[in-house]
Ligand binder design. Structure first.
Ligand SMILES: *[C@@H]1O[C@H](CO)[C@@H](O)[C@H](O)[C@H]1NC(C)=O
Ligand SMILES: *[C@@H]1O[C@H](CO)[C@@H](O)[C@H](O)[C@H]1NC(C)=O
Length: 327
C-alpha cells in the first residue's frame, strides 16, 4: 500500500513536469557583445543593430534548434587582426537575416593586396558552422575573404548578397593609401568547398573591385564532396584589374587547381548578368577556365554581362551550357 501511494504521487507529478516550459524557451535579445552569453541560452535569438568592438569576434554558439532573426544591421570596428568577425555554430539552426547587413568596414583595410601582403586582415569575415538554413543576409565591405562554411549536417544557404561597392571604397579610402581600391577576394567559393551535404543557392556577388590578385572571380568545389548542390550564383558589376592567374575560374577539382574534377557537387545557374563584370588579366594569365566533373555542371548559364580582356583564353571542360560569351 505505501508503494502504491508512492506511484500515484509520482504520476500526479508527470503532467506538471511535462507542462513546465524548458529553460531555453525564452527570447534572447542581443544589442551588444555583453548580451551574447545570456542570449545563447535561449532558442529564440534576436539581433538588434549594434557595433562590435575592434578585435572581437561576434561569436554565437547556439543551442541546437535555435531560430535567429536579425532586426538591425551589425557593424564591425576596424583592427588588423586575424578574425573572424562573425561566427555562428549549432545544429538545426534557422538563421534569418531579414535582409539586414553585416558591415566589415572593408574600405579601411583595402590596400590592393587582398588576403596577401604583409598586413593581417580579419578573414574569413563570416564563419558559418551550422546546419539548417541561413538566409537573406547581406555582407557589406568585407576586409578580405567573406564566407567560410563548415556545416555539421545539411545546410542551405540562400538569398545572400556580398557587396563591396566601389563608391564606398573611393569615398572612405585615405588619399595616402597605396591603392584606394578593394581587393577583397569576395567569392562565394569557400561556401562550396566544405563538408558534404551542403546546398548553396541564390547568392549575388556584386560591385566588388578586385585589384592585383591571383584570381578575380572563382568558384571552387571539392573533388571529394558528395550530395551537394550549388545553384543560382550571380555575378554583377564586378571589376578586376591586374589579375595574375585566372580571370574567371570555376573548378570542381579542389584542393587541386584544374586537376581531376569530382561529380558530387551539382553546379547550376552560374550567371554573369545585370551590370557588366569587367575583368582585365595580366599577360601571363588565363581569361576563363571552367573545369566541371562529368555531368556535374547543368542547365544554361547566362554569361552575357562578362567581359574579360588580356592574357590568353582558358579552356571550358565538360560543359556546353554557357551562353552569351566566347573567349
Ligand atoms: C541564369 O541564367 C539562366 C539562363 O538565362 C536562367 O534560366 C536562370 O534563371 C538564371 N539564374 C539566375 C539565378 O538568375
Ligand atoms: C570530365 O570529367 C571527368 C570526371 O568527372 C574527368 O575524368 C574528365 O577528365 C573530364 N573531361 C575533361 C575534358 O576534362
Amino acid at each position: 500500500m505505501p508503494s502504491f501511494t508512492h506511484l500515484i504521487a509520482l504520476l500526479a507529478f508527470v503532467p506538471f513536469i511535462a507542462a513546465a516550459p524548458a529553460a531555453s524557451a525564452c527570447t534572447g535579445t542581443i544589442a551588444s557583445l555583453d548580451d551574447v552569453s545570456a542570449a545563447v541560452k535561449c532558442k529564440t535569438v534576436v539581433i538588434n543593430a549594434f557595433t562590435v568592438p575592434a578585435g572581437k569576434t561576434f561569436d554565437l554558439p547556439l543551442l541546437d534548434g535555435t531560430t535567429v532573426t536579425m532586426q538591425g544591421d551589425v557593424k564591425f570596428a576596424v583592427k588588423n587582426w586575424a578574425g573572424p568577425l562573425f561566427q555562428v555554430s549549432g545544429k538545426s539552426i534557422t538563421f534569418n537575416g531579414n535582409g539586414h547587413t553585416f558591415d566589415g568596414n572593408g574600405a579601411s583595410y583595402w590596400d590592393g593586396q587582398g588576403g596577401n601582403g604583409g598586413v593581417t586582415k580579419p578573414a574569413p569575415m563570416m564563419k558559418i558552422k551550422t546546419s539548417g538554413t541561413y538566409t537573406n543576409v547581406k555582407v557589406l565591405n568585407s576586409p578580405a575573404r567573406v564566407y567560410s562554411v563548415s556545416n555539421p549536417a545539411q545546410l542551405t544557404m540562400s538569398k545572400l548578397t556580398i557587396d563591396n561597392s566601389p563608391s564606398t571604397t573611393r569615398t572612405t579610402a585615405s588619399p595616402s593609401t597605396r591603392a584606394a581600391t578593394s581587393s577583397s577576394r569576395a567569392t562565394p567559393a569557400s561556401a562550396a568547398t566544405v563538408s558534404p551535404f551542403v546546398t548553396v543557392s541564390s547568392i549575388t556577388i556584386k560591385n566588388n573591385i578586385i585589384k592585383d590578385n591571383d584570381n578575380a572571380l572563382r568558384i571552387k568545389t571539392k573533388a571529394s564532396a558528395t550530395g551537394s548542390t550549388v545553384s543560382g550564383i550571380t555575378f554583377s558589376g564586378n571589376t578586376a584589374t591586374g589579375i595574375r592567374k585566372y580571370g574567371v575560374i570555376i573548378d570542381q577539382s579542389y584542393p587541386s587547381t584544374l586537376g581531376t574534377p569530382g561529380t558530387g557537387v551539382k553546379l547550376s545557374g552560374v550567371n554573369f548578368s545585370g551590370s557588366t563584370n569587367s575583368i582585365a588579366v595580366a599577360s601571363g594569365a588565363k581569361r576563363v577556365e571552367v573545369n566541371c566533373g562529368s555531368g556535374a555542371c547543368t542547365g544554361t548559364w547566362d554569361w552575357s554581362a562578362l567581359k574579360v580582356t588580356g592574357g590568353s583564353a582558358g579552356v571550358i571542360k565538360n560543359f556546353s551550357g554557357i551562353k552569351g560569351f566566347t573567349q
